[in-house]
Write a protein that binds this ligand. Structure first.
Ligand code: NOJ
Length: 562
């Protein structure tokens, strides 16, 4: 195995610093808090720690709106704390990956402040400025230069009264999009990235990186009738220069440096594009975050929640496994700071919480690709019981609520969708113990701790050999010790079955057969009887009497050698 493939047998853990561990009692997690929990992460066995953004930020989108790329927000600590984190992590064999948010800056970034000072500004062209639509008055309804929508409701354009021009923001109005057509923007970003690598970090998770190239003509997009007048922001992605920009970034930043990890978050990316992005010979990124499997229960947009159809989930994963089998590489994830908790979403967060959390973890981790564990997933943390809109903090949820209520939607219906799909489900504090605020803070947490921390927490999970935590530890260890997990082929089985997820992995003489029952009832285990003589490598129940039947939410991993 060559060194540039080290990430194939690695597991990444994502920390959302605001919600992980507070060290100073202000109710917001911070870098010293992360340092204090490195031993926990080392015991879990992870290889890489990805931190959501900790840079200076007005926190309009919890740090995804950066006003200074070179400094740390005081709420999270100091540059010296980051140096300490990198050093301490490296001592434990853990690499540090930083978030890279360069599709947009904060509107409080010096570049945008300068750009906004007027059309004569040398930085004006660093962002996207356009006059109102032909023949329309600035500020008139529908006068925005295009019909693009912001991901956080409303138009993707905000009028700058002083100049009479609009600026583009695919996210909030405090997140103006950088103009990557301008070479000076690209150079400034690459220089900033090099400085972080020189500081000792080991790579980047690149936020919505396929949005950096846009069709420079900025055409209107076809509008779906239910979402008039604004089209989906996802249509503005993978523009004509996207591969050129990523190859240029690779040459300018990564070439000649070893053992880094780069992962591009790419909403809407297709398998064909992903193969190009991750083909090592093209030197773009190591892997991408694709969205197909986490959009699978969305109807007309994410707030139109549909039940999971297991065959559709399997078809999607199966296509991605096949599509990147020869060239490129998959990332594997159920959770991150933008997704509801998987045990509540695709499992059973009540009676079968532990069984279903283990099953979901097993099925995901034994695919081919690099798995990502999101803080608390390894405990089987659940969605939160948000009672009212006042309990939510996320700009996406708050803006959607305001827009939906203004449009006359039923309040309970809107709240129901926020409870199911809202990003705050992932952002409630990490549950360390059963004490007040779950050991997260001695102060008042910025968002309420899930009351189920009395039962679901690290301390309890450590003490229980049957916990989800110990199961995740074994899964991570398996990727390190069983070459078939990292390098084996993948073959989907039982593709038409609505209850059971099944696949085979093979490397040389070694084969694994992985099963997951996605229901709370018994289910037929397909060809499992033929594996009855094989070693049962991992499961979430005692060894079965009847290999042909799976118990509720049961998972099994059989291993045969030769
Ligand atoms: C994707 C990030 O994961 C999300 O949290 C953020 O709101 C948007 N990009 C905008 O940066």
């Amino acid at each position: 195995m060559t060194d540039d493939q080290w990430f194939k047998s690695a597991v990444v853990y994502q920390v959302y610093p605001r919600s992980f561990q507070d060290s100073d009692g202000d109710g917001i997690g911070d870098v010293p808090g992360v340092i204090s929990r490195l031993d926990y992460l080392q015991q879990l066995g992870i290889d890489v720690l990805w931190l959501s953004p900790i840079y200076t930020s007005p926190q309009d989108d919890n740090g995804y709106d950066i006003s200074d790329y070179q400094d740390i927000d005081p709420v999270f600590g100091t540059l010296a704390d980051v140096d300490e984190l990198v050093a301490q992590a490296h001592t434990r064999g853990i690499r540090i990956v930083m978030d890279l948010v360069v599709n947009h800056t904060s509107d409080e970034h010096a570049w945008f402040v300068d750009a906004r000072s007027g059309p004569e500004s040398a930085k004006r062209d660093w962002y996207w400025w356009r006059p109102p639509r032909d023949g329309m008055e600035a500020g008139a309804p529908g006068a925005e230069p295009t019909n693009w929508g912001s991901a956080f409701s409303g138009p993707a354009w905000t009028l700058d009264e002083a100049s009479g021009e609009y600026y583009l923001h695919l996210f909030s109005r405090k997140q103006p999009d950088l103009n990557w057509e301008n070479a000076a923007v690209r150079e400034a970003v690459y220089a900033m990235m090099r400085r972080w690598l020189e500081r000792g970090v080991d790579g980047f998770r690149m936020d919505v990186i396929n949005f950096i190239s846009k069709d420079p003509a900025l055409p209107d997009y076809p509008v779906s009738p239910s979402r008039a007048p604004y089209a989906e922001p996802g249509q503005v992605s993978c523009g004509p220069r996207i591969h050129e920009f990523l190859q240029e970034m690779h040459r300018a930043v990564f070439a000649g440096r070893d053992a880094l990890l780069t992962v591009g978050e790419m909403p809407g990316v297709t398998i064909e594009e992903a193969r190009l992005f991750t083909d090592p010979e093209r030197a773009e990124v190591d892997m991408v975050f694709q969205f197909e499997h986490v959009d699978i229960d969305h109807g007309d947009g994410k707030w139109d929640v549909r039940p999971l159809q297991l065959t559709a989930l399997k078809a999607s994963f199966g296509r991605w496994q096949a599509g990147l089998a020869e060239r490129g590489w998959n990332s594997l994830y159920w959770n991150n700071h933008d997704q509801p908790r998987v045990v509540s979403r695709f499992g059973d967060d009540g009676e079968h919480r532990v069984h279903s959390a283990k099953m979901l973890g097993t099925v995901l981790h034994l695919h081919r690709g690099t798995p990502y564990v999101y803080e608390g997933e390894e405990l089987g943390m659940t969605n939160a019981p948000f009672a009212a809109i006042e309990d939510f903090r996320d700009i996406e949820s708050l803006n959607h609520y305001a827009a939906a209520i203004a449009a006359g939607q039923d309040q309970d219906h809107v709240l129901g969708a926020l409870r199911t799909m809202g990003r705050d489900n992932a952002r409630t504090p990490m549950q360390w113990d059963g004490s007040a605020h779950a050991g997260f803070t001695t102060g008042t947490p910025w968002i309420a701790v899930n009351p189920n921390h009395a039962e679901i927490n690290v301390e309890a999970a450590r003490a229980d050999p049957d916990s989800v935590l110990h199961h995740y530890r074994r899964l991570i260890e398996l990727r390190h010790t069983e070459p078939v997990v990292a390098h084996g082929d993948f073959e989907m089985r039982m593709a038409d079955d609505e209850h059971v997820y099944a696949f085979v992995r093979r490397l040389g003489d070694v084969a694994l057969f992985v099963l997951g029952n996605f229901t709370g009832a018994e289910a037929a285990a397909g060809e499992a009887a033929e594996w009855a003589d094989a070693e049962l490598l991992l499961g979430n129940y005692d060894a079965p009497q009847d290999h042909g039947t799976l118990r509720p939410w049961e998972t099994r991993v059989y291993r045969r050698d030769g």
